[in-house]
Design a protein around this ligand. Sequence first.
Ligand SMILES: [Zn+2]
Length: 400
Amino acid sequence: MTRIQIFALLLCCSFGSTFTHAGEIQVDINFPGGSAKVESIDQEKRVVTLSPTPHQGKGFVCWWYARISGLQTGETLTLDVGNAPWATPDQAVFSHNNESWQQTKPGLRTGKRIRYEIKVPAAEIWVAWGAPFLLEHAQRTVDLAAKHSFVEAIELCQTRGGNSTPALVITEAPESPERIGIWIQARQHAWESGSSWVCNGFVKWIVSDAPAAQELRKKALITVVPIMDVDNVQIGAGGKNQKPQDHNRDWSDEPHWKAVATAQVAIRDQDQNGNFDLFVDLHNPAAGDKHPYYFIPPKDQFPPIGRRNLKTFLEKSKEQITGPLSFKGRAIESGPKYDRNAWMYISKNWVATHTQDHVVAVTLETAWNTPESTVPNYEQVGRELGLTISKYFEQDRRSQ
Ligand SMILES: [Zn+2]
């Protein structure tokens, strides 16, 4: 062996562990939430073309989430994804560890497709529509919170698909007629992973030692459900408009989905005991909605006290949800004009029409298609929702 050969060998050995070589690109979706129909892989040009896995009858075909291996650290991978608008955020996300996510640069659109270029940080990466929030995340949210003595981890229900639906009950308030009841849920639509991150931010805040959180816990019982449609989240389906009906058109006297049925019973119980005050359903909106906003029940269905309370809640939201994802006061009624046949089976409308006059029931839509739509900023909205709620309940909202 010549000296040059030995030098080359040493160089190779000493750096061998930090270099990976471009290999054959492989795409894998065999894990919870995985979704991708691979249309082609151009090994030479390093282009993966995919679309979300279609799931017959399980709603929008928009969520995609895949592991891509056989990459070389530092190379540029092109992801070509369709279809617009629902499956094509301006910026997708990628991760080297399936845990911390960063946005891609804005993709380049051609027709209904978009191309994201990713400077690959590792030989294996995960790519997704948005930062995933799966059953394991919901369980982690619940388990971490339940380390506090004032938090009870519960199972809302077993789903039709046999999955657990983890939830939390948080209170330091003694049982009394004055105790406030609050219900916060996310993810009736499985693809809207950002709404669960908002929920996670709320949970982190409400169990924290922030003075406003402590104060709220001392007077309220707060139930939180991070994922309502666990089954579709776990198989990577979209869920919205699924058969036989959307979770958010299931709030009838005969709900199909167990999470909805169980939530209705719990909310009704609290209301009949005179202990229910606020319902917030967390969602992500359409691609063109660049700021968080609320859907509210049709105002003409309300008695004056309900209208007054809703107005106050929206004002407090504007003061507190200041961003980067900020609520600027937009509130849209979703009554008969919004969905003539099923408006009364939308969660917040069911709550508004089945509980006492003072109760506020709203849907918070947090924008997902902006450079600010990141996990920390979603969690910030959750914290600020907590502050909104604490400000709202600084006064008695039940008296006329
Ligand atoms: Zn939704």
